[in-house]
Design a protein around this ligand. Structure first.
Ligand code: EPU
Length: 361
């Protein structure tokens, strides 16, 4: 099948922020063949290509993107069982939360705490999606991807993907090199749910015995809804890209210095040997921004200070203006520069680098 190239397609409706201008060229790619022919078209026309998944972690510039946006629509889910494990292969365009629901329905453990996360399967290895004590890297076996450098389809193992907190090969050293086509996960049949995170533990305080996977999925969706981190159609409080900033990971020494300024209540989570993760939401709140704080049509969610929301009619520049103010005040008060989590598309790169939103590398 050949690619159907569309022109000047609005991107805002394809993102959870609901912000941004059009793509100069746009292709909906439902098959690997279309992905390959689209790449060929972009090469011939000398266009840069942006691969769009669920649009849930993306801020598009107001003037849009002058290259080609390819929306990955590869679907299909295969199940294979081996003793106590089930191996699941899912097309990159499958909706992530639907896949989690199917796993839970089949009593397969390993992704139940990743319920209610917007976006597609293809995005999960890119930013090593994680929540409530689970990370995709714990269950991921391999990623089938198109390698733009060698012009071939490759299978990358979990080790190849180099997962760390919210990070992988795909969003660091090999940024823009691979296009994720399919992801393989290994889940545990009839496994116990992960009840590692205090918020989830609290939901089951009075329950005797392990909750069922389905109960954990329901609890996580409830918790996310309370924090406006569950997309609810028509609710402007979740017109966002989830967490706008990453949680800072610092050394023990830096954390001790932070405690001097912030006091003993500053959240502390383990982050590997000699490292501590703290909560950006807490730093933002204690830098003086309360939930619901707004700057024109851009605001903090009324339920969580880490989600910047488009109250209606906000531009990308409105969001950046608010983000600058937050980052500036947190830096002045606590000495940390918060790093954004969403991908920025269509912005002037030298300006983004100059303003410190992205690295020069
Ligand atoms: N907090 C505040 N104010 C708030 C919200 C939270 O001070 O408005 C404090 C709380 O005291 C809490 C701490 O911040 O102790 C952490 O908050 P929360 O448990 O809600 O988690 P988070 O660190 O803000 C991270 C992920 C979420 C993920 C949750 C649950 C990042 C950047 N965010 O949020 O992921 O769902 O943990 O595991 O790692 C996302 O990445 O888009 C995302 C939603």
């Amino acid at each position: 099948m050949k690619a159907r190239i569309q022109e000047n397609v609005a991107l805002a409706p394809l993102t959870t922020f609901g912000i941004g201008g059009p793509a100069r060229y746009f292709v909906d790619a439902p098959s690997e063949n279309v992905v390959l022919s689209t790449i060929q078209f972009a090469k011939d026309q000398n266009l840069s290509v942006f691969v769009l998944g669920g649009g849930s972690n993306l801020l598009v510039a107001d003037h849009g993107f002058p290259g080609l946006v390819m929306k990955i629509g590869l679907t299909g889910i295969d199940w294979e069982t081996h003793r106590d494990k089930a191996v699941v292969r899912a097309g990159a365009g499958e909706e992530w939360d639907r896949l989690v629901g199917l796993c839970v329905d089949r009593d397969l453990a390993g992704v139940e705490c990743l319920s209610g996360i917007p976006g597609s399967v293809g995005g999960t290895p890119v930013q090593n999606v994680g929540a409530y004590g689970q990370e995709v890297s714990e269950v991921l076996v391999s990623v089938r991807a198109y390698d733009r450098q060698t012009d071939s389809i490759v299978e990358l193992s979990r080790e190849d993907c180099r997962f760390t907190y919210r990070s992988s090969l795909f969003n660091t050293i090999a940024k823009d090199r691979y296009i994720v086509l399919q992801v393989t996960y290994s889940l545990t049949k009839h496994g116990n749910p992960a009840i590692r995170y205090p918020d989830v533990q609290r939901e089951f305080e009075s329950r005797v015995g392990y909750p069922l996977l389905g109960e954990v999925r329901a609890a996580v969706r409830r918790i996310r809804a309370r924090k406006a981190m569950l997309l609810v159609e028509g609710d402007p409080d979740c017109r966002s890209a989830g967490s706008f900033f990453k949680n800072p990971i610092v050394t023990e020494q830096q954390f001790a210095e932070l405690q001097v300024v912030a006091g003993p209540a500053v959240p502390r989570y383990p982050a590997g040997p000699g490292r501590v993760k703290t909560a950006a939401a807490w730093l933002i709140e204690h830098a003086g921004f309360s939930k619901g704080y707004s700057l024109g049509p851009a605001a903090l969610s009324s339920k969580h200070t880490l989600a910047l929301v488009n109250k209606g009619g906000a531009t990308a520049e409105d969001i950046l203006r608010l983000a600058r103010e937050i980052r500036g005040r947190v830096e002045t008060k606590f000495g940390f520069r918060l790093v954004p989590e969403p991908v920025f598309l269509g912005f002037d790169i030298p300006l983004l680098i100059q303003e410190g939103w992205v690295n020069a590398s």
